[in-house]
Write a protein that binds this ligand. Structure first.
Ligand SMILES: Cc1ncc(C[n+]2csc(CCOP(=O)(O)OP(=O)(O)O)c2C)c(N)n1
Ligand SMILES: [Mg+2]
Length: 803
């Protein structure tokens, strides 16, 4: 036989048989899980199911080529692979389906993600790195199709950096860059832009990435003829094939039901990619979906009889079984016996998983029922409370929601009573919510010691005769210090390398720190972020540069869906402390002046959003962030690079704190809240207002997410009794966000003597040119007049109408 599962040449037939049968057992186990999983959804125990049936055999071949230290970035079909690398048991599979919130039972996401979204733990329970070279790693899945691709690029690039850059401590992350990043994607999802963008970028970067395309001819109900030119993705990507003259990909095509061919293909692919750092594509064709796409519908609706017949015949498990029998590796009876045992094992595993999920809730319900009973006995409204109690008791499979609905409603019946039973229930409800809520809400941000919020401010210090320099020089000097102090730090983006970014904040740094650490990228914002996510997940400290804030829109989806949710969707067991550097605010024209902050703020909760008003503040943020373990977006002021700032003498050391505002002008009459470039106009207006006797206090927010953790703004309002938020975003954008924080989080209403105001831009994008800006965004005159108007309303005699 040409291929045997292992590349070792001398193994006995018995060894071979054991290994093949073991593989078959795995395939059957995985399939049984899928079959039973679907039943669990149809009977209502689980909400939704999407399974790996029909894709078992290639995943077993892949798992054999997957080494410790390697990373997976895949999608919901990969359960067999996860089982094959020992990272998913039968119990865990069902725990995911049932949304068990205990991370010990459900290690993929502690019930936060639907089943079929896989992950391993890169961090221990304290948020510290485990040794990733000693385990098989899977980055946490996300649901948007092809969303796994950008991160895959970075996971692969990390190996290249670890192999080629000197001076990095690789102990926990890499063995000479020998790790492959393995991707998987469905055939239909290759239609997404993210797929093509990643494929091109990996070809350019020549990184050890192996992408498997699981091709079952469909994307839900939509046939390949509507998805892919020539209905064949490897056919149309042939131009990426490398040859003697040009670098590119190695491309393989293999049938997904052909066990020996798959074994051979994956071994060859791994060898090339691991040794030579060449990207490889494996187009796995002729796969099936025995149960259709998911539990949401049946494939009989869109597959014809011929297709269904073909799928039954070419089901990869069926084909492997045939191959085993035909090659006299095992008899039909032996296999039937194996299948029977596995069915039983899966049933038992499922039962155990259900018990683990439901028992804690039943125990909690018992406590609640007792409290309700006691309350009913002590209350004149006992009958109503008993009814609630009986309803709660009647649920065969209670949810925590049922427990809280009953107990919270019960309190309404005793609202005017006072009893120890009532107090006991009140306390229990509060404590119960306090203990259960974190199961759903913890770890949006890092909860480790390195959380950015634990970083203390270190002020910049200056020589007596400190030089006035262009703002960009402060940044450049600071980046230089950071790349010297942090060998694992690197920056990349459009024009970030050779010319040192479009505003020269990285001038000369490529020459000094090398082209792998200060590098140019293609114009591909989503995968620039993906590079950053993947590298950050493997212990590097990437800074991904998005040239202008306006163009972050291309990357916003991946920031929102992937980067922002890494900690949350793994309950703190993975992190991607990526710094996204960009520049925005207050330039002119529909696309170079944007401050689409409202959108950004609301889409990337989980990422800090920092808006420094000058380059010293910005540099301080980079220093803070590199000492912490969280992702952040830093928006530098586009019009601030040539403004003069004093050069601090503690470059690389001073730190701007996160979530802390700064009062940049003291005043008595009104509190003005703003950030970024708009502050310069607010300061100008404040000076002019002083002339007419209005004394404004100005607060620079600096950090939009998190927002004013010390609640300093409300302290200012307690003094001035008036507030205006000034912003260049559209109405309802960042200004509305800020006002919400001031009113709802900081409870400023009680101190206000005038209506709280926001002053924002016109609803259209800003027109080009100085006048375009003047008529699109708040000008110094607009700000002056808006504030004057507030004072006019207060005292028309002192402040007569201007116009
Ligand atoms: C961005 C995005 N669009 C749509 C969906 C809904 N959706 C989920 S799976 C799927 C089809 C994917 O087909 P394919 O990539 O071939 O994978 P398969 O399920 O066939 O293995 C679609 C459209 C999604 N999850 N994400
Ligand atoms: Mg498909």
């Amino acid at each position: 036989m040409k291929t045997i599962p292992n590349t070792k040449t001398e193994i006995t037939f018995e060894d071979f048989k054991t290994e093949v049968l073991n593989d078959y057992k795995l395939a059957v186990t995985s399939r049984e899980c899928s079959l039973l999983g679907r039943r669990e959804v149809l009977t209502g125990k689980a909400k939704f199911g999407i399974f790996g049936d029909g894709k078992e055999i290639p995943q077993i071949a892949w798992a054999k080529a997957f080494n410790d230290g390697d990373f997976r970035s895949g999608y919901y079909r990969d359960q067999t692979f996860m089982m094959a690398i020992g990272e998913l048991t039968i119990e865990q599979f069902f725990a995911g389906l049932y949304a068990n919130t205990d991370i010990k039972d459900e290690p993929m996401s502690a019930g936060r993600q639907m089943g079929g979204h896989f992950a391993t733990h890169s961090l221990d329970e304290n948020g510290q790195w485990k040794n990733l070279t000693e385990q098989k790693n899977s980055s946490a899945d996300i649901s948007p199709t092809a969303g796994q691709m950008p991160r895959l690029l970075g996971l692969a690039q990390a190996s290249k950096i670890y192999r080629e850059v000197d001076g990095i401590d690789t102990t926990k992350f890499s063995k000479e860059g020998n790790e492959i990043a393995w991707g998987t994607i469905g055939n239909a999802s290759t239609s997404e832009g993210l797929f093509f963008e990643t494929i091109n970028a990996a070809g350019v970067l020549q990184v050890p990435m192996v992408i498997s395309i699981w091709d079952d001819n469909y994307g839900i109900s939509v046939h390949a003829r509507h998805q892919t030119t020539k209905e064949n993705i490897s056919e149309i990507l042939k131009g990426f094939q490398r040859n003697e003259d040009d670098k590119g990909y190695e491309i393989f095509r293999v049938d997904g039901w052909n066990y020996p061919e798959l074994m051979d293909t994956y071994q060859r692919a791994a060898k090339i990619s691991r040794n030579e750092h060449v990207p490889v594509m494996i187009h796995v064709q002729e796969l099936t979906q025995p149960q259709g796409h998911s539990t949401s519908g049946s494939h009989e609706r869109y597959k014809n009889q011929d297709r269904l017949k073909w799928e039954a015949e070419y089901d990869c498990n069926v084909q492997m079984r045939l191959w085993i029998v035909e090659n006299n590796i095992a008899t039909d009876e032996e296999l039937t016996a194996i299948e029977r045992t596995i069915k039983k094992e899966v049933r038992e595993g499922k039962k155990a998983a259900w018990a683990a999920c439901i028992n804690p809730i039943i125990a909690e319900r018992k406590v609640a029922l007792n409290l309700l009973e006691e309350l009913a006995t002590s209350s004149p409204n006992g009958v109503f409370i008993t009814k609630l109690k009986n309803e709660l008791e009647g649920f065969d499979e209670p949810l925590r929601r049922n427990i809280l609905t009953a107990t919270r409603k019960a309190l309404r019946y005793v609202v005017s009573e006072s009893s120890s039973e009532k107090m006991a229930l009140q306390n229990w409800i509060t404590n119960y919510i306090d203990t259960i809520q974190p199961k759903y809400s913890s770890h949006l941000h890092s909860e480790s010691q390195q959380s950015a919020l634990n970083q203390k401010e270190i002020l910049p210090t200056y020589d007596a005769n400190a030089e006035d320099v262009d703002g960009r020089v402060v940044l450049r000097e600071n980046f230089d210090a950071l790349f010297t102090n942090y060998p694992e730090a690197l920056i990349f983006g459009e024009d970030a390398g050779y010319i040192g970014d479009v505003n020269q904040g990285l001038e000369g740094l490529q020459e000094k720190h090398g082209a792998l650490r200060v590098s140019d990228t293609g114009i591909r914002e989503a995968t620039i972020i993906g590079q950053g996510i993947g590298m950050a997940m493997r212990g590097l400290r990437p800074i991904a540069e998005i040239q202008y804030l306006d163009y972050i829109m291309y990357a916003l989806q991946i920031m929102s869906d992937d980067l922002a949710t890494v900690q949350y969707r793994t309950k703190g067991r993975q992190k991607a402390p990526l710094i996204v550097r960009t520049r925005g605010h207050r330039l002119e024209g529909i696309w170079h002046s944007g401050s689409q902050m409202g959108g950004v703020l609301n889409l990337i909760r989980g990422i800090h959003v920092l808006v420094p008003r000058n380059m010293t503040k910005a540099a301080g943020f980079y220093n803070t962030l590199l000492d912490s373990d969280e992702p952040a977006l830093v928006v530098e002021c586009l019009n601030g690079y040539r403004l003069k700032e004093k050069l601090p003498n503690n470059i690389g050391e001073f730190k701007t704190p996160i979530g802390v505002v700064e009062t940049i002008r003291e005043g008595e009459d009104i509190t003005l809240v703003s950030y970024g470039s708009t502050l310069r106009l607010v300061e100008k207006a404040a000076k002019e207002l002083q002339v007419v006797g209005i004394d404004a206090e100005i607060i620079d927010v600096q950090s939009l997410l998190p927002f004013d953790l010390n609640h300093d703004i409300v302290k200012s309002i307690a003094k001035t009794n008036r507030v205006m938020v000034i912003d260049e975003d559209v109405k309802g954008g960042a200004s509305a966000y800020i006002l919400n924080e001031i009113l709802n989080t900081q409870d400023a209403f009680q101190y206000l003597d005038s209506t709280p105001k926001t002053l924002a831009a016109k609803p259209h994008r800003p027109a080009y040119g100085t006048d375009g800006d003047y008529f699109s965004k708040p000008s110094a005159e607009d700000i002056f007049e808006a504030i004057y108007e507030v004072m006019h309303e207060l005292s028309p005699a002192d402040y007569p109408k201007l116009r």
